[in-house]
Design a protein around this ligand. Sequence first.
Ligand SMILES: NC(=O)c1ccc[n+]([C@@H]2O[C@H](COP(=O)([O-])OP(=O)(O)OC[C@H]3O[C@@H](n4cnc5c(N)ncnc54)[C@H](OP(=O)(O)O)[C@@H]3O)[C@@H](O)[C@H]2O)c1
Length: 208
Amino acid sequence: MSWPKALHAKKLFLASKVSSTGRDAGQRQIAASFKDLQSERIDLMQVHNLQDTETQLQLLRELKEQGKVRYIGITHYLDSAHERLLEVLRREPLDFVQFNYSIGERNAERELLPFCADKGIAVLINRPFQRAALFDRVRGKALPEWARAELDAGSWAQLMLKYILANPAVTAVIPATSKAHYMADNLQAGHGRLPDEAQRRRIIELFA
Ligand SMILES: NC(=O)c1ccc[n+]([C@@H]2O[C@H](COP(=O)([O-])OP(=O)(O)OC[C@H]3O[C@@H](n4cnc5c(N)ncnc54)[C@H](OP(=O)(O)O)[C@@H]3O)[C@@H](O)[C@H]2O)c1
């Protein structure tokens, strides 16, 4: 697929990950990302799931120094890895971190999110729907009227995303979908009002 140049240059924030062990394998995978994205510059490169973190971060630092990558970061998707993410963030000057956070997985609220807010580290949130498992908790239930009236949320998905976006440490949330109509639904969460603390507690109760 070829991307329209104007869109590429102005509108897209290009992000990719490296999930390799060893410097040579990391270099090959990163080179493939540049080729696949058809770009000489990538906005964000991340070390995937803390795999071979030291070696891969060294590579990413070099690319940042050369101006080929704007920001660098690390990722994981499990609560059990949050402490390891924090250990890396405490010792390395990183721009971004990506981890799991949702109504069903709120461990990040204890330490990771406050730490990132305090240090000014950008936060990407993965697994916002717990890979769709959260939809099972509300299946057959009507979206409460106050979700629309008070928060401009038009679907359960939007309510779940607004819960996440309301945390001041969160920079962006990255829901996955293979369907254009889900993408359009999810994008709406970026509009309108976000819940305050009391409203966030009411949202949690809906999923209990
Ligand atoms: N370590 C890492 O770096 C890491 C680990 C895990 C995930 N991630 C990233 O995080 C992102 C989220 O990944 P995820 O797949 O784990 O979890 P997710 O976003 O929590 O869940 C995706 C699931 O939700 C469904 N869905 C999406 N929008 C919906 C909507 N509006 N209404 C109803 N259902 C909807 C999708 O259905 P359909 O498939 O039918 O569209 C899919 O089954 C991805 O970009 C992934 O690459 C990164």
